[in-house]
Design a protein around this ligand. Structure first.
Ligand code: SF4
Ligand code: SF4
Length: 404
């Protein structure tokens, strides 16, 4: 696809990077068939090829409109289109570049700006944790419509230290420690069983994904710099890896090198951080899981988050780990499709998100599972809000000290 850059974008890193990505698109439309929003809405502009054309228009005119914003907003950034694309179009990066430009060129209505501003600040504040924990206490008294959005409080258990030679850094995350602290605790127990010591850097926090998806690039990049500073002393001491227990964080930290490439103070460190980052399932092998956990003989449906399968290209690994631990995996259709969680999408696009959730739960429920397992806190909370079978992070199912 040829792009004649508008004068405003000529010679800018935005213009060059975006037109290079667009240049790979051959308009074949293969991606359209696997796009969840196209499947629901049937509008070319709600599929990847249509959105690519909207970004092309933006690059050529240096203008955006209500149409540009509407269809870009409806994109889940699930990156299913990237997996399908035969030409290697990096759609995720393209939309990441385009969204802040749309914000700058075509101002949102005041209410939407306020909603986004509050959302990112609330989710990243200590208030979120306080209110969430309070919500868990009063959950039994809440009406069903509210209670289903509050994850049930589950036992956390101990976080043992290992005396082994290997050490890893683990990102605790921003919302996960409040919503489901048992996940990081279970990860630490499993790693301790494998003689791996877990180090958490107190000053590390949000990976930057939340503000990045809401086009707040400055805030996102500052979160990334803060995490790099927090991890750097341990990296210099020789930790083995930086382990992510949420695939939504993993996909972002893996991109730190790309996102901070123009920052001379952080570019090199960011590239090192990205190269050391792994999802928890890459650090634990299926052999390691043999004989661990409580899922032996249990029927489990696995939901692979988009950030795991499309964003990081990790497919089949967790399924192998669960099988190795004795779980019986039940059949799931349309595994490539998003559940509708997608960061803050469920708040900002509730109708589309709700339809995707219904479809996903129906696909996951086909084999009558006793548990649904997943690998990202956002998907877990979204699925749990309407699922009959309990929804767990997969590491909870191979936790040697399974607590219930
Ligand atoms: S990222 Fe997902 S929702 Fe967005 S265009 Fe690609 S497939 Fe469609
Ligand atoms: S599949 Fe790839 S090359 Fe084809 S239209 Fe989609 S993004 Fe462009």
């Amino acid at each position: 696809m040829y792009v004649e850059l508008a004068q405003d974008f000529k010679g800018t890193s935005f213009g060059e990077e975006a037109s290079e990505i667009l240049g790979k698109c051959v308009h074949c439309g293969f991606c359209t068939a696997t796009c969840p929003t196209y499947q629901l809405l049937g509008d070319e502009l709600d599929g990847p090829r249509g959105r690519i054309y909207l970004v092309k228009q933006l690059l050529e005119s240096a203008e955006a409109s209500e149409t540009t914003r509407l269809h870009l907003d409806r994109c889940l950034t699930c990156r299913s289109c990237e997996t399908t694309c035969p030409s290697g179009v990096n759609y995720g990066r393209l939309i990441e570049l385009a969204r802040p430009k749309v914000e700058a060129l075509f101002q949102r209505p005041r209410f939407q700006r306020l909603q986004r501003w509050l959302l990112v600040r609330f989710l990243l504040s200590t208030w979120f944790g306080v209110l969430f924990r309070f919500g868990q206490i009063i959950r039994p008294a809440l009406p069903q419509s509210l209670a289903r959005h509050v994850l049930e409080k589950r036992p956390v258990g101990l976080r043992p230290k290992s005396q082994g030679d290997r050490s890893v850094l683990m990102l605790e995350g921003c919302v996960q420690p409040s919503m489901a602290p048992q996940i990081n605790a279970a990860a630490q127990r499993v790693l301790a069983k494998l003689d791996v010591n877990v180090i958490t850097a107190n000053k590390a926090g949000c990976c930057g994904a939340l503000p990045l998806h809401l086009a707040d690039s400055d805030r996102a990049l500052n979160s990334m710099r803060r995490n790099i500073d927090a991890w750097w002393p341990q990296i210099e001491k020789g930790v083995d890896a930086i382990v992510m227990t949420a695939s939504g964080c993993g996909v972002t930290v893996r991109e730190y090198g790309q996102l901070l490439k123009d920052d001379p103070a952080y570019a090199e460190k960011a590239a090192r951080v990205s190269s050391m980052t792994v999802d928890l399932c890459e650090y634990i092998s299926p052999e390691d899981a043999r004989g661990l956990g409580s899922c032996s003989g249990k029927r489990v449906a696995f939901h692979s988050p988009c950030t795991l399968q499309h964003g990081q290209g990790i497919r089949g690994r967790i399924e192998s780990i669960l099988e190795s631990a004795g779980a019986i995996l039940t059949p799931v259709q349309n595994t490539h499709l998003c559940c509708g969680a997608a960061g803050t999408y469920s708040v900002l696009q509730p109708e589309l998100s709700s339809k995707l959730l219904d479809n996903k739960l129906s696909d996951l429920g086909q084999g009558d599972p006793e548990f649904i397992a997943t690998a990202n806190i956002g998907c877990l909370a979204h699925l749990a809000s309407r699922s009959d079978p309990p929804v767990r992070h997969w590491i909870e199912l191979i936790d040697p000290a399974a607590l219930d």
